[in-house]
Design a protein around this ligand. Sequence first.
Ligand SMILES: [Zn+2]
Length: 223
Amino acid sequence: MFTCEYCKRSFRREATLAAHACEKKRRWLSRDERKVQLGFRAFQTFYKLATGATKEKSIRDFCESQYYGDFVKFGKYVEDNKIDPADKYVEFLIRESVKLSDWYSDRVLEMWIKRYLKSETVERGVERSILHMQDWADTNSAMWSDYFNAVSGNRFVHMVQTGKISPWVIYTCDSAQAIIDRLTDEQISRIAEFIDPEYWTHKTRHDRASVGWAEDIWKEAGL
Ligand SMILES: [Zn+2]
């Protein structure tokens, strides 16, 4: 007899076992997929923070968990929405006691983005934004430094709403003003809560060291 090591079912022929597929085997064989890895990392953080467990959960624990499906769905959501940094988002979901079925809700993600943008350091915000500007440049055969002059209004609005462009960029880079000037009133209103002018005017007026750091970056890039 040949026994499946995952579900313990037995087969008379080895070939039947090889062709056999069960949920546990499928989970184990797909453990290296990105969405599974992202879900697994969130699962580990969840157990550490929400239950105070000291022993780290293994990938095998994950494959056997009744919450596997939800966490992989979450991993897929993180991947599709390029949520960055994903670990900070998971910490937020746990801290705010968001129920698991809402972890991949656009409404919750948007709430987090608005908050996270305000808590991020200038270094991280600028670095992350430049990476996304570079992505844009790659798909449009342009230079990332052309971003503000060449990006479309709708694309820019979407990138701000999804947290890809930090307000640190918008409020420290003179060239960023070029795109703001090109937006319609309707587009401005769609990003207003993300770039919160009142908050950021105050912040950039008081944190001159951070502003200076960002301005050096833009100067060096010729922006
Ligand atoms: Zn099996």
